[in-house]
Ligand binder design. Structure first.
Ligand code: BTN
Length: 293
């Protein structure tokens, strides 16, 4: 998909209950093109993960939902959309500050604080994703957050200056479609971030994957098939992951344990290797929590 600067269909609203809800109701009423984006200055019932809310002061942050009609993404591979959206948010924020990483599955962190979150809602038909609403909240200019939020931070708090939300949105859409569109084209061409990671150069796979390399050869100089492009996105995601190296504390229904991240599967499952026994454990979202050190 070729898109230049500002040809996205973006609708900016003052107030909605939730941009995800608004977009879903809208496409039930009339056909909407891929890339249709609903942005709101304020959400009266912003929705977060795990049935939580998403709170944001009026006019301060970037709250939006993007409509996609993916082709050929199987239900058990739908995590590719999370990977792409997370990388796009990270790459936009990287323009302003260091230390941005992706906390599995798709929270965006600055150090130990959360700067953005996403709620991706997919429609499935015959085992494939036919439609996706990618809802994203980025803390941009908010100076103070309610005390009950565990660890929020905004771009303004990090950089000390205000940021233009419309420009951030445009940057996000460009980053997002450079990857998403790349699933149909040669992914790395013209993608600066992947070039920085060395994608497209000899030996780049090792540099990107580091210790997460599970073996097998991929000559990224000849990456062309969809599978290979997905692998490149997975590598870039892995390279950006919070706690990607070393052992940390986690907690599951059996209690606390130390483990290292081994991989994140195409289904989105997190694979951890325990320190004590070297046991490999696989978790779906909500089955394991990160324990702060
Ligand atoms: C989370 O981390 O809990 C996910 C937060 C997702 C919030 C965004 S804001 C725009 C879109 N509309 C919603 O109601 N939720 C998402």
């Amino acid at each position: 998909m070729e898109r230049s600067g500002n040809d996205y269909n973006v609708v900016w609203l003052e107030e909605v209950d939730s941009t995800n809800n608004y977009l879903k109701e809208w496409f039930r009423r009339e056909p909407l093109g891929e890339g249709t984006t609903v942005v709101a200055d304020y959400q009266t019932r912003g929705r977060g993960q795990r049935g939580n809310g998403w709170s944001s002061e009026k006019g301060e942050n970037l709250l939006f939902s993007l409509l996609l009609y993916p082709k050929g993404i199987k239900a058990n591979e739908q995590f590719i959309l999370s990977r792409i959206a997370s990388l796009a948010v990270k790459w936009v924020l990287d323009r302003f500050t260091g230390d941005i990483c992706i906390k599995w599955p798709n929270d965006i962190y600055w150090g130990e604080k959360k700067i953005a979150g996403m709620l991706i809602e997919n429609d499935l038909l015959r085992g494939e994703v036919t439609r996706s609403v990618v809802g994203i909240g980025i803390n941009v200019n908010q100076r103070r957050f309610p005390a009950e939020l565990p660890n929020p931070v905004s771009l303004r708090q990090i950089t000390g200056v205000e940021h233009d939300r419309a420009r951030l949105l445009e940057a996000f859409l460009q980053e997002f479609f450079s990857l998403y569109g790349g699933l149909r084209e040669r992914l790395w061409e013209g993608n600066e971030k992947l070039a920085e990671l060395g994608v497209g150069q000899a030996g780049s796979r090792d540099r990107v994957r580091g210790r997460h390399d599970n073996g097998g050869e991929l000559d990224v100089g000849r990456v062309g098939s969809r599978e290979e492009q997905w692998e490149v996105i997975a590598c870039a995601y892995m390279a950006s992951l919070y706690r990607k190296d070393g052992y940390y504390w986690y907690e599951d229904h059996n209690g606390r344990f130390q483990a290292a991240i081994q991989e994140v599967m195409p289904s989105g499952h997190l694979v951890l290797k325990t320190l004590n026994r070297g046991e490999v454990r696989r978790y779906a979202f909500k089955e394991v929590v990160y324990v702060s050190s």
